[in-house]
Write a protein that binds this ligand. Structure first.
Ligand SMILES: C[S@@+](CC[C@H](N)C(=O)[O-])C[C@H]1O[C@@H](n2cnc3c(N)ncnc32)[C@H](O)[C@@H]1O
Length: 284
């Protein structure tokens, strides 16, 4: 009989790599976590959350999957590399047969995602941004390993050089914090740069705005982050979808118009988006 995952010693990540018979391919964003202490800590960052169904994006050789199965009732692990999908299904056959693990083969940007209660993932760095734009709107807690510089952009405050569209998006959906920095040596092969673990806790924003219009506005004006908002609004109608930029500029607060996108708080973008809808013909 297969031992229940919760009661067994954790799998050695080097042994998993050896059994899988693969080497991480940098071109496929394959940097496997081989530091036991980091692997053990990742699920601990999610202990305050509902872990009845944990989503793991990019399961690799299963070092993290193994730790997640120890705590979670169910895990869905998405993996794009078919060799690794086959390996995971064999290595974790007991959990698969028990209905506790579903290994989904495919690109996490395209596959149908389940109704997960939280996600704990060592994300493929090349797709971190698109993956977060997919995961954050699901309004579930996330514990994600990303490049350190990316993590800093996620948690950045207005006025800092790291503040941008990613910070506004993360801040719209959640409180985001860096909980750990992880050196390159924790991975095989080591990535080019340091990594960090970010935890996001979902909450409602303290403003009310139609989301599609808000994100179209934010996406547009950040393409002109060196310009004042007055010029950014005028120059980006092809991205924002504003029909009458002059009307928005005429109605907007002078201080906001003289600022740059990197200085505005999410609620100020929301106020300008509302003007763009009411006066500038921005569709919702
Ligand atoms: C950084 S590795 C993490 C592996 C494992 N979770 C670990 O911590 O050791 C990222 C994994 O995501 C897979 N991957 C890359 N892009 C992907 C995508 N778009 N969708 C699903 N998996 C992807 C890679 O094959 C790789 O196994």
């Amino acid at each position: 009989m297969t031992e229940p995952e919760g009661s067994r010693a954790r799998r050695d990540p080097d042994a998993l790599l050896a059994r899988a018979g693969v080497r991480g391919d940098r071109n496929q964003d394959q940097h496997f976590l081989v530091d036991d202490r980091v692997l053990d800590r990742l699920p601990e960052y999610a202990t305050a959350f509902d872990t009845s169904h944990v989503l793991e994006v990019g399961a690799g050789t299963g070092g993290l999957t193994d730790r997640l199965l120890a705590d979670a009732e169910r895990v869905t692990a998405v993996e794009r590399d078919v060799r690794l999908v086959e390996f995971l299904r064999e290595e974790f056959a007991g959990a698969v047969d028990a209905g506790r693990l579903d290994v989904v083969a495919g690109d996490a940007l395209d596959v149908d995602l389940p109704e997960f209660s939280a996600s704990v993932s060592n994300l493929p760095y090349g797709s971190s941004s698109e993956l977060l734009f997919r995961l954050l709107p699901r309004e579930r807690p996330l514990v994600v390993m990303v490049q350190a510089e990316f993590a800093e952009r996620m948690v950045a405050d207005p006025g800092s050089s790291e503040y941008g569209r990613l910070s506004v998006t993360a801040g719209h959906y959640a409180d985001a914090e860096i909980v750990e920095r992880v050196p390159r040596e924790a991975f095989s092969p080591p990535p080019a740069v340091e990594s960090a673990v970010v935890r996001t806790t979902p909450r409602d924003p303290d403003y009310d705005v139609p989301e599609d219009a808000f994100f179209a506005f934010v996406r547009g004006v950040f393409t002109q982050r060196r310009k004042t908002m007055r010029n950014a609004i005028r120059n980006t109608t092809h991205i924002t979808g504003i029909a009458d930029a002059a009307a928005v500029v005429a109605a907007a607060d002078e201080d906001l118009l003289a600022s740059r996108a990197g200085e505005l708080r999410p609620q100020e973008f929301a106020a300008l988006t509302t003007l763009a809808i009411e006066d500038g013909g921005l569709a919702v």
